[in-house]
Design a protein around this ligand. Structure first.
Ligand code: HPA
Length: 401
């Protein structure tokens, strides 16, 4: 029996639509188009609400409407265009989603995130995930960019994960740790890029949560998030980041603050967020974001070149895979050869069942990075800076609406 259209959860008794085998036609289609354009992508980018303009930066673009890619869902959210674009940016070949899929559109989470697996299959070993968010942290301003250093996954805690259902071990193990999901080296390269393009004053680092949408949050929900130490709330990014981490990709997630979330009921109702405000805030910031992303990609490219030169074979001296997709067992996944030279081929760069090993590299005995000290989202071991003191928000005298 084929997988029933519209089913939310994948069942072990049906063919798994999230398996490598099921996704192979999409990967093959993209690889043929990429190769025809002379491209072998190694970096994936997902553009959030209003951030699709980033696509305009790609050189020699090859645009593939989702509707033409076998098995791809179609994005319906306003501000999301629904195209995969492959092209060159700052020395790298990028595969970019112009328009993402959200749970509120009616897609199950595995469908929202299947493009991430497909990106991995066509050779991307690093993923930049972007979204628009409301800020709960009162220190943040509209237009700020928050590097995500950790998350509270409301979907996952409620038992809904894109990875719920059969596990395809060729992507990653059944159980996996989230330590290092939001890669600290990539965040460092992003902070450096922010400084280089002069937007460091607007750069934050904090904790993201996800709400199902499509409604924005109630005062009571926002207060709950504040109490939990959340800095920003959005309607995406966490599921994609999880799937990317599971299949061994390094992840940089950043959020553009498009509105303030008011915990005061009076302000909450007088300044209700709306989608136009979100799009306008993204529009106002698009110039800076383009500069920031292209500088980040340049930094990443330089870093990878340095790694290759330093290590010869693309494997870091600490034994963890470097960003070129070389896994610990020395197999390659994106055309990087074992002597450190990069192949320019596109056909064999990930379309094969490449034995991808998760680069999360974490054993289940990893030391947890957070304590529940009740005052901060960070106990100093994680890199989250500027996290809110929950107490001040909870005790702001506002009563629930
Ligand atoms: N809440 C949830 N998602 C969002 C918001 C918000 O306030 N702003 C932009 N995306």
């Amino acid at each position: 029996m084929p997988f029933p259209e519209g089913s939310s959860f994948r069942s072990s008794s049906l063919p798994d639509p999230f398996s490598r085998e099921a996704l192979q036609p999409a990967a093959d289609y993209i690889l043929v188009k990429a190769k025809a354009g002379g491209h072998a992508p190694t970096l994936g980018i997902i553009c959030g609400s209003g951030l699709g303009e980033l696509a305009a930066m790609l050189e020699r673009p090859v645009a593939l409407p989702y509707a033409d890619i076998p098995g791809f869902p179609v994005s319906t959210a306003p501000g999301h265009q629904g195209k995969l674009i492959i092209g060159r940016l700052s020395g790298m070949t990028v595969i970019l989603m112009q328009g993402r899929l959200h749970a509120y559109e009616g897609h199950p989470l595995w469908k929202c995130t299947m493009p991430v697996r497909v990106m991995r299959m066509v050779g991307a070993n690093t993923l930049v995930v972007t979204n628009a968010v409301g800020s709960i942290n009162p220190q943040y301003q509209v237009g700020d960019i928050m590097l995500v250093c950790d998350h509270i996954n409301m979907f996952g805690l409620a038992g809904n994960s894109p990875l719920r259902g059969p596990n395809d071990e060729s992507f990653g193990p059944r159980f996996f740790a989230l330590n290092g999901l939001y890669d600290s080296k990539l965040r460092q390269l992003a902070r450096q890029a922010a400084e280089q393009v002069g937007i460091e004053e607007t750069m934050r680092e904090g904790v993201l949560t996800i709400s199902g949408g499509p409604n924005y949050e109630s005062v009571a929900e926002l207060k709950m998030f504040a109490g939990l130490g959340v800095d920003c709330v959005g309607m995406s990014s966490i599921p994609e980041s999880l799937v990317a981490h599971h299949c061994g990709m390094k992840v940089l997630a950043f959020s553009l603050v498009t509105n303030q979330c008011h915990l005061d009921p009076v302000l909450h109702s007088s300044a209700a967020p709306n989608h136009q405000e979100v799009l306008d805030a993204a529009d106002a910031k698009k110039g800076d974001l383009k500069k920031f992303v292209s500088k980040f990609v340049e930094n990443l490219h330089n870093e990878q070149q340095r790694d290759l030169l330093a290590n010869g074979n693309g494997i870091n001296s600490n034994g963890t895979p470097s960003c070129n997709g070389t896994t610990n067992n020395g197999t390659t996944s994106n055309g990087t050869t074992s002597n450190g030279t990069t192949s320019n081929g596109t056909a064999s760069n990930g379309a094969t069942s490449n034995g991808v090993q998760p680069s999360n590299g974490h054993t289940s005995n990893g030391v947890p990075s957070q304590t529940s000290n009740g005052t901060s989202t960070s106990n100093g071991t994680s890199n989250c800076k500027g996290s809110i003191n929950n107490g001040s928000l909870l005790n702001n005298g506002a009563v629930a609406s």
